[in-house]
Design a protein around this ligand. Structure first.
Ligand SMILES: N[C@@H](CCC(=O)N[C@@H](CS)C(=O)NCC(=O)O)C(=O)O
Length: 287
């Protein structure tokens, strides 16, 4: 292994310089708002404040699935939060999510608005509200919640660990890349073994567990994440690929992936979604 530059941590860490990484301009060691900025509110019961990162895509896929199932109460406005520009530190956003991360949602369908943050909590809130995509009881519910929390606990090793050190860090550190590549391959193998003899993560039915895992690990085996498909030999995970390709056939998933998207093919970018017809009329290629 090659040596990294010698560094001895000081006795007390102080924030005296930006770290130079891709997100250096928005990283801070303190929480709370940096500026006053109210959030817009649209006409639908559900107000989503997000961006089409994998964590954001979980929620737009879920909302599109609910609408496809005929739950009109899942109509939503999806507002764009540009995390690279620091929108997550506006006072209105911090009021909805004190952790300053997308996705965040306000459910305005009842007498009082209900805020929900953390993508896993939003998925459970929506599944329980509409009584779908989360088994109601017993072993199937436990299995579904287990895979959902597996995703919430595992993806930071993929994004914050592997993705950060492989794609974004200003220096390539062999130790860090090796450590996280090993962990991500182990996680892919966990999924591959499960999906070898189960159609979906819980069993025969597609659930919020699949919706949570797909944008991260499905994206990885489809080659969307970090340009790392070859490096991680993702083609080896044949069962994860079979599962990801089946999920990609779902029209609600195709729509969900388009919402709040700000990069890539303009015909696949629907930066804000306020009506079902926006998919036909408001993608970037048509504006
Ligand atoms: N555990 C959170 C993670 C959310 C998260 O990390 N969001 C990222 C984008 S994928 C974000 O908003 N980053 C902005 C920042 O860190 O300032 C969830 O699942 O909702």
């Amino acid at each position: 292994m090659k040596d990294s530059a010698a560094y001895t941590p000081p006795k007390v860490w102080v924030w005296d310089k930006p770290n130079g990484g891709k997100f250096a301009s928005t990283n801070r060691p303190v929480a709370g708002p940096t500026h006053q900025q109210a959030l817009p509110v649209g006409r639908h019961p559900l107000q989503l404040y997000s961006l089409a990162t994998p964590n954001g895509q979980k929620i737009t896929i879920m909302l599109e699935e609910l609408l496809a199932l005929g739950h009109t109460g899942a109509e939503y406005d999806a507002w764009l939060i540009r995390i690279g520009k620091g929108d997550q530190f506006g006072s209105g956003f911090v009021g909805v999510n004190p952790n300053s991360k997308i996705p965040a949602m306000v459910d305005r369908s009842g007498p009082q608005p209900v805020r929900v943050f953390e993508s896993g909590a939003i998925l459970i809130h929506l599944a329980e509200k509409f009584g779908v995509l989360l088994p109601q009881a017993g072993a199937a519910r436990a299995e579904c919640l287990s895979w959902l929390f597996w995703q919430v606990g595992s993806a930071p090793y993929l994004g914050g660990g592997f993705g950060h050190f492989y794609a974004y860090a200003p220096v390539k550190i062999e130790y860090a890349i090796n450590r996280y590549a090993m962990e991500v391959k182990r996680q892919l193998d966990v999924l591959d073994r499960r999906l070898a003899d189960h159609e979906y993560l819980v069993g025969d039915d597609y659930t919020i567990a699949d919706i949570a895992v797909f944008p991260w690990y499905g994206g990885l085996v489809e080659g969307w994440q970090y340009g790392a498909a070859e490096f991680l030999s993702v083609r080896d995970y044949v069962h994860v690929r079979r599962w990801a390709e089946a999920i990609l056939q779902r029209p609600a998933v195709v729509r969900g992936l388009m919402v709040n998207r700000t990069a890539g093919d303009p015909s696949q970018q629907l930066r804000e979604r306020h009506d079902a017809s926006d998919f036909d009329t408001k993608t970037q290629d048509k504006l």
